[in-house]
Unconditional design. Structure first.
Ligand code: SIN
Ligand code: MN
Length: 201
């Protein structure tokens, strides 16, 4: 088993995926985006998010003026494609739970995209972990506690790293401050893909 690092209660698996596995994951994500195209969601305040996203699985995560929620279909009405076996294999290796993920959210960060500090709390069962996979350029990951006012710490996530938010860290505030453009050759267009696997119900 790969060595893990505890970062503010988040379990990090540095370089969990080797280059070949990262390439296979990217190919699987491209197939998802062909079936369910990436879109720029709006926050509930009507501001466009800087990441583009799509999903696979029984539910996809969407955000618009009606709020943040899981939906059984893409905004265009098409079904979300199935979660690819490459992503399921990562979940099985690191999640420590029997249930299968119901949502595979795919976020694309262009050079200047970021994600503000937030909690993942749209799911029903917080005993189920969040598993997140980084692909492409390095990203500065910030983690705090369960209150927005708690102190935070940052670490760079690299292509192939996997993070697990479970236990006390399941509802930790987290976000991506910025990318370090040009740090990876994985994505020909540059930027970063993040895959987040969750049980929703
Ligand atoms: C997220 O919290 O939804 C994404 C985190 C990341 O991009 O690593
Ligand atoms: Mn999150």
């Amino acid at each position: 088993m790969t060595e893990t690092v505890d970062f503010r209660g988040v379990r990090l698996y540095p370089a969990f995926l080797d280059r070949a596995a990262q390439e296979a994951m990217v190919a699987a994500l491209r197939r998802i985006a062909e079936a369910a195209p990436m879109f720029h969601p709006e926050t509930r305040f009507g501001k466009p998010m800087s990441v583009k996203m799509t999903s696979a699985g029984r539910y996809g995560w969407v955000s618009d003026r009606r709020g943040y929620r899981y939906e059984p279909r893409h905004p265009t009405g098409v079904d979300w494609p199935p979660i690819p076996p490459e992503a399921l294999a990562v979940w099985q290796a690191v999640s420590g739970v029997e249930r299968a993920p119901e949502c595979c959210l795919v976020n694309y960060y262009a050079e200047t995209a970021r994600m503000g500090l937030h909690q993942d709390i749209d799911e029903a069962d917080f005993t189920m972990p969040v598993v997140s996979i980084s692909l492409g350029d390095d990203a500065l990951f910030r983690v705090g506690g369960q209150e927005r006012s708690d102190s935070t710490a940052s670490a760079w996530l690299h292509s192939g790293d996997v993070c697990v938010l479970a236990g006390a860290a399941r509802k930790a505030f987290h976000g991506i401050d910025r990318l370090k453009p040009g740090t990876s050759t994985l994505l020909p267009q540059g930027g970063r893909l993040n895959v987040t696997l969750r049980v929703v119900t």
